[in-house]
Design a protein around this ligand. Structure first.
Ligand code: HAM
Length: 420
């Protein structure tokens, strides 16, 4: 072991487990690629103001969890704690919204950073795959995104996840509700921190996990009862579209989420096998975010699914992904001349698209065959001087043990035929 370890709250992705992470990313991205979402990649850091204004000055993410730094030039930057503000910033900067084709649909995959107290499922560096549909107000768009996340999880074989759904209202109905909720909360027995939250972000109090707080919240005014007609109608349409497509959800009037930009539709994917960090993904509509960061009015909706927690959910359900072995053929040379010739054969197989590996390091036959078996390859190509003199190599099926001589110059065809 070296003197150094991965920093607290982080971990390394290493083979063979790393293959599962890649497969999860691909599985989440696949339905997005089929639905008109284009890939976007933004920097790992941004101006700190983008998140302060976008995610919200009063959120835990901005007040406690951002990794901030001042550059030598004096710029205040933050490692990105989430993707939505960055993606919207990038879309505005590139004027994608002016190209005339709204919504602009984008997907992304990358690393995010939050200075949180580490525990299982909660890390300081984690991965998300996300999607944002920018510049359209249409319940079918909200439904599309929820269905795509649902289908991605189903395609991975996950079963024990639930979709929690709520509407947070809009600029018309939320202020009056907020005031009503503040009145109610001010009458409760709460600690100082929570009292402060009543002024800054009262909806978050509904989300308090402590039983003593939850007990007092019985009878609190609920946003669902205060939605304006337009928000009610919009939400009803989202619900109907999901139901029509067979996507089950639970209405959760207390679902608030930890980012301030949400309006109307909000949702969370939770998995019941994950303990306290049960949210595997979440998202919603953010109709005001563009204006908050200096852009035009662009009603938008999106989500991000956590790759780390999705992998934990697979483990919790005992789902083993059907991952193809990385290597199909393993070449074992017997002697120096064979080493030179087989190296050429390996290169030829790879160029023909066959995943092939080679016994490097001058191993003896026994060690080389062990390496071949460990690699997960289906076939071994073995050759010694006598084989080469006859212009053949031995093709060994590593499952059945059956071995046949095939012409060296017909190796690609012979291998392709065996692998199907
Ligand atoms: P979020 O709910 O903060 O939303 O994060 C989305 C997902 O990222 C979570 O459900 C979780 O799976 C994963 N995640 C978050 N923090 C951690 C952590 N510390 N360790 C491991 N996994 C974590 C957003 O980030 C929004 N940008 C989603 C969105 C997109 N809303 C609209 N568009």
């Amino acid at each position: 072991m070296s003197t150094f370890k991965a920093p607290r709250g982080t971990y390394d992705l290493i083979p063979p487990d790393s293959a599962t992470y890649l497969a999860v990313r691909d599985a989440i991205a696949a339905p997005l690629k089929r639905s008109g979402y284009g890939y976007v990649e933004t920097p790992g850091f941004e101006n700190v103001e983008l998140f302060a204004r976008g995610v919200g000055e009063s959120t835990d993410i901005v007040t406690k969890e951002m990794y901030t730094l001042t550059t030598k030039g004096g710029d205040q930057l933050a490692l990105r704690p989430e993707g939505t503000a960055s993606v919207l910033r990038a879309a505005l900067e590139a004027n994608l919204h002016k190209a005339g084709n709204l919504p602009v649909k984008l997907w992304y995959s990358g690393s995010y950073y939050r200075y949180e107290r580490p525990q299982k499922g909660r890390y300081r560096h984690f991965s998300q795959v996300g999607a944002e549909a920018i510049g359209a107000e249409d319940p079918a768009l909200d439904a599309e995104l929820i269905i795509l996340a649902h289908d991605a999880y189903r395609s991975l074989g996950l079963r024990n996840f639930r979709i929690l759904l709520n509407s947070l209202g809009d600029a018309t109905c939320r202020p009056a509700y907020r005031a009503a909720l503040q009145d109610f909360l001010r009458g409760l027995e709460l600690d100082d921190d929570t009292r402060r939250r009543i002024d800054i972000n009262p909806l978050r109090v509904l989300d308090d996990k402590r039983e003593a707080v939850q007990k007092q919240l019985v009878g609190a005014p609920m946003l669902g009862d205060h939605l304006c007609e337009a928000c009610k109608e919009y939400h009803e349409q989202v619900r109907e579209l999901l139901t029509a497509e067979g996507v089950a959800f639970e209405d959760d009037p207390k679902l608030v989420r930890g980012l301030d930009y949400y309006t109307r539709t909000t949702f969370e994917f939770v998995h019941d096998g994950l303990g306290s960090q049960s949210a595997v993904g979440g998202g919603g509509r953010y109709d005001g975010l563009s204006e908050m960061i200096g852009g035009p009015a662009l009603p938008s909706v999106g989500w991000a699914l956590g790759v780390d927690r999705t992998v934990l959910a697979l483990e919790a359900e005992g789902v083993e992904l059907d991952l193809p072995s990385a290597t199909s053929v393993f070449a074992v040379p017997l002697g120096e001349e064979a080493r030179r010739v087989l190296f050429g054969a390996v290169t030829g197989l790879r160029r023909a698209g066959v995943a092939t590996d080679f016994a490097y390091g001058g191993k003896g036959v026994k060690a080389a065959m062990k390496a071949a078996n460990r690699s997960g390859a289906r076939l071994a190509v073995i050759a010694g001087e006598r084989d080469l003199a006859e212009g053949v190599v031995q093709l060994k099926d590593l499952e059945s043990g059956e071995q046949t001589a095939v012409p060296l110059d017909g190796l690609v065809e012979a291998v392709s035929a065996r692998l199907g």
